[in-house]
Design a protein around this ligand. Structure first.
Ligand SMILES: NC(=O)c1ccc[n+]([C@@H]2O[C@H](COP(=O)([O-])OP(=O)(O)OC[C@H]3O[C@@H](n4cnc5c(N)ncnc54)[C@H](O)[C@@H]3O)[C@@H](O)[C@H]2O)c1
Length: 443
């Protein structure tokens, strides 16, 4: 099938490359000319394991290309995917300006039947707004007889595992009111579910739009529940790890998303839950659990920063004399994405108190620099930065941080104090090595 992806970011690039991998002809349209130039030179503007190889192969075999010429991309494709950002607007709802601009561009360019697929995460009712925007532009061009269908196809890939997730989805959701379009979309996704037999779920557009928000809100709440409990564990001397085992072995609960830490972050959960809360508020309904999740997640980040602040306060030390080394800036491992990463809020809270911060992340340094500027020092290596450090805080659980040379870590540090925001170390083992250790909810 001939496909165009409009917006070559985390979702558009992965999705486009994976559709091409299955034999489709894909053109990724991107308005940022620097990104297009990078992609044309064989460079991938984001870090996502396995993506570069798939892009290289499909470009070489002629199934994948990049362009900023949106008209040609739309005119040469049967299916046009909208994969642009839907950031949080000033009023807490999803900002649809990018999505609706693309809808306008589609209406300005299309010359025959198209299937317009909204893959961006959008609030209920956006499908209708996209349809109206396209129709209005077609009318202005005197082409209102041209038919088109609007489909909602929310994306569930996870950064860091995006290629795998897209190639073997647990489910695909297609929101459409047209049986013929549903069949075309099913055929497009069939190779991705052939071996797994996982479902392609056909539903109405509004339910598809809401299913995405519901999933993200539920997952964020699951994490947040454990985070809340971890604070209680610290207060009563219980271990959140053991509680996780006790809960997660119940098949109704399951073990996943039960790891306590520094709070969720990233480009999706924070903005999506806020947008869902706002959608509901606009309809006069309060989503009590989601609102509590938002508050508790904010508190979790403050709680972790507060542990560091309290420790040095109790020691009677001036933050201005204290050097904190941070391992991990991205919101999770295996991505370079720092959007709404807990590390950013935690660092800002420590800076406000006067601490000196240096940070290291294997992939997220450039993106973090764009946000934090020169307010912190950026280390070239995760050991050198420990020279003279008074505490090490682990904020992202990259594999390279899981089994470091602890002897070397201890020798380099001025004070051997570890704040393990992801519970990646065994408290007993670390303490036996002579460190002062603080986990999250480890009793
Ligand atoms: N990142 C994720 O893990 C993830 C997962 C599932 C769903 N989503 C959703 O998918 C959507 C896209 O997210 P993302 O992380 O890929 O965003 P992103 O910011 O990485 O990418 C969006 C891209 O679209 C481009 N763009 C914007 N307007 C354009 C236009 N008119 N023409 C051409 N290009 C244009 C931007 O320059 C940018 O490169 C969002 O709604 C997000 O919530 C994201």
């Amino acid at each position: 099938m001939k496909i165009c992806m409009i917006g070559a970011g985390y979702v558009g690039l992965v999705t486009g490359a994976c559709f091409a991998e299955m034999g489709n002809d894909v053109i990724c349209i991107e308005e940022n000319k620097d990104k297009v130039k990078m992609l044309e030179k064989g460079n991938v503007p984001i870090y996502e394991p396995g993506l570069k190889e798939i892009i290289e192969r499909n470009v070489k075999e002629g199934r994948l290309s990049f362009s900023y010429d949106i008209s040609t991309g739309i005119q040469n494709s049967l299916i046009c995917f909208i994969t642009v950002g839907t950031p949080l607007g000033d009023d807490g709802s999803a900002d649809l300006k990018y999505v609706l601009r693309v809808a306008g561009q589609i209406g300005d360019s299309m010359n025959d039947y198209k299937i317009i697929v909204d893959k961006s995460t959008v609030p209920v009712g956006t499908g209708e707004m996209v349809r109206e925007t396209i129709l209005k532009r077609l009318e202005e061009r005197g082409l209102s007889h041209i038919e088109f269908d609007v489909v909602s196809n929310p994306e569930f890939l996870k950064e860091g595992n995006a290629v795998q997730d897209f190639m073997r989805p647990e489910r695909v959701i297609i929101g459409t009111d047209n049986i013929r379009t549903a069949e075309i979309m099913k055929a497009l996704y069939e190779p991705f579910v052939r071996t797994s037999n996982n479902p392609v779920l056909i539903m109405d557009i509004r339910s598809a739009e809401l299913a995405k928000y519901a999933s993200n809100a539920f997952l964020a709440t699951k994490i947040t529940f454990m985070n809340e409990l971890s604070i209680l564990c610290d207060k009563v001397g219980a271990d959140i790890f053991q509680i996780r085992e006790g809960m997660g072995t119940d098949s109704r609960i399951g073990p996943r998303f039960l790891l306590a830490g520094v709070g969720y972050g990233g480009s999706c959960f924070p903005k999506d839950i806020q947008a869902l809360v706002k959608t509901s508020k606009n309809k006069g309904h309060t989503l009590e659990i989601c609102e509590a999740t938002l508050r508790a997640n904010q508190r979790q980040k403050e709680y972790f920063a507060g542990k560091i602040v309290s420790f040095f306060k109790e020691e009677g030390l001036d933050p201005k004399e204290i050097n904190i080394a941070i391992w991990g800036l991205t919101f999770k491992p295996k991505t370079d994405d720092v959007r709404d990463a807990p590390a950013i809020d935690i660092i800002r809270a420590l800076l406000e108190r006067g601490f000196n911060i240096s940070a290291y992340d294997p992939q997220g340094m450039d993106n973090a620099k764009a946000i934090l500027g020169n307010s912190i020092a950026y280390a070239k290596d995760h050991y050198d930065m420990l020279d003279g450090a008074d505490a090490l805080a682990i904020v992202t659980e990259w594999n390279m941080f899981k089994s470091p040379d602890m002897k070397r870590v201890k020798e380099l540090m001025r004070r051997p104090v570890i704040f393990d925001g992801r519970n990646i170390y065994s408290p007993d083992e670390i303490r036996a090595m002579g460190f002062t250790y603080f986990g999250v909810g480890r009793g």
